[in-house]
Design a protein around this ligand. Sequence first.
Ligand SMILES: [Zn+2]
Ligand SMILES: [Zn+2]
Length: 142
Amino acid sequence: MNQYQEQFRDFMEDKGFHVTRQRLSIAGLLSEMESHPTIDELHDNLREIEPSVGQATVYRTLKLLKDAGLVMELRIDDGATRFETASPHKTHGHLVCRNCGIVVEIQISTLKKAQAELAQEHGFTLDVQANCVYGLCPDCRI
Ligand SMILES: [Zn+2]
Ligand SMILES: [Zn+2]
């Protein structure tokens, strides 16, 4: 069990929820995936290790992880919600292609600096939670 799975297990035990192997597998897989998977992608990958897990279980587990503050949702223009583990050590920004949905991680300091400059210029106080910037990736820019 990795550290992420342990945090999830502790949360579940605290709340009195069932700690099942399937739920732990889902948490483990998410913590290992470098991409920012959608529920479908997570489910597809999961089938190799837990063939009997249905999408509803994946969905419910992600909701529990969210309640535990262990997962972050990226809402993307194509309608898909992507997920990644939330961790204070792993803060970064995202460049998101609005056409194909590819997500590129960028340095948060760079993004924050640009935002601060924009805010100051326009007298705004910014309340940015997801740290996503949208555009078109090189493959989609024809
Ligand atoms: Zn693209
Ligand atoms: Zn990310």
